[in-house]
Write a protein that binds this ligand. Structure first.
Ligand code: GLY
Length: 253
């Protein structure tokens, strides 16, 4: 059983943090409708959606992925790299304590969950404007049963903007932003769709932003089943499909 933890869109989403994206008006009502649709897509594909209470005063709070790293044994509560986002973690921790023992990243370390790509027992951690060296060291100490590997990338906010998993040993990536991972099959996004590498891998399907039609075709031609979701309004907040949920695997009862 898989839980998808989500949080409603803040009416203040237009005041979100932006790093590589130009600010443009965001229609919060439209973003909310898209987020509802996203949640329904997750539910259709095997997730039990559990909502954290809204945090209207925190513009980026919908992007729950950044607040924690959920592993099999523990959940690591992050210390987000943008100061405005650090208040997001307490309510995420309050929810996750129902499912995992918690450990916490401490200052001076900063890390966003969007910079952590878990592949089996390895945590690939993007060194970004949000995630520093101290966080890698702390994460390795907090999760000694995993191997923490630093990854360097350029041109985008988070590691998972540049590369995500789409099958056990297959990754979708933007070769302009990150090198291919050794030992994995690497599928490149269509060059006209640089943001398409942010995909959410659920059993048997790949949830992908509906904006990325060419990459979708590329994946379908290789036999993948793609579930397009319109997250265009959330993309204006520099977000992708992984950012809006935290996946928690639960034993079947
Ligand atoms: N707006 C998403 C972020 O910058 O964290």
């Amino acid at each position: 059983m898989r839980l998808a933890i989500t949080r409603p869109v803040s009416p203040a989403i237009g005041d979100c943090e932006l790093t590589f994206v130009e600010r443009q008006p965001i229609d919060a009502a439209r973003a909310t409708a898209q987020h509802d649709h996203y949640e329904r897509a997750l539910a259709r594909h095997g997730c039990t959606v559990v909502r954290i209470a809204a945090a209207p005063e925190l513009p980026d709070a919908v992007f729950v992925e950044d607040a924690a790293i959920v592993l099999d044994e523990i959940a690591v509560i992050t210390r987000p790299g943008a100061e405005s986002r650090q208040a997001e973690t307490a309510s995420v921790a309050a929810m996750l304590q129902n499912y995992r023992p918690l450990v916490h990243i401490q200052a001076p370390a900063t890390i966003d969950g969007g910079d952590v790509l878990r592949l089996d027992r390895t945590l690939y951690v993007g060194r970004s404007q949000r995630t520093n060296e101290a966080a890698l060291e702390q994460l390795q100490r907090l999760a000694p049963d995993y191997k923490v590997v630093a990854v360097y990338f350029r041109g985008c906010l988070h590691l998972k903007s540049a590369v995500t998993q789409i099958e056990k040993r297959t990754l979708l990536f933007n070769p302009d932003w990150i090198e291919a991972f050794k030992g994995f099959e690497m599928i490149a996004v269509d060059p006209t769709e640089p943001l398409a590498a942010n995909a959410l891998y659920l059993d048997g399907v790949i949830v992908l932003s509906a904006s990325h039609t060419r990459t979708r075709r590329r994946l379908e031609q290789r036999g993948y089943r793609v579930v397009p979701v319109d997250v265009s309004e959330l993309e204006k907040a520099e977000a992708g499909v992984t950012c809006c949920s935290l996946m928690v695997e639960r034993p079947n009862r």
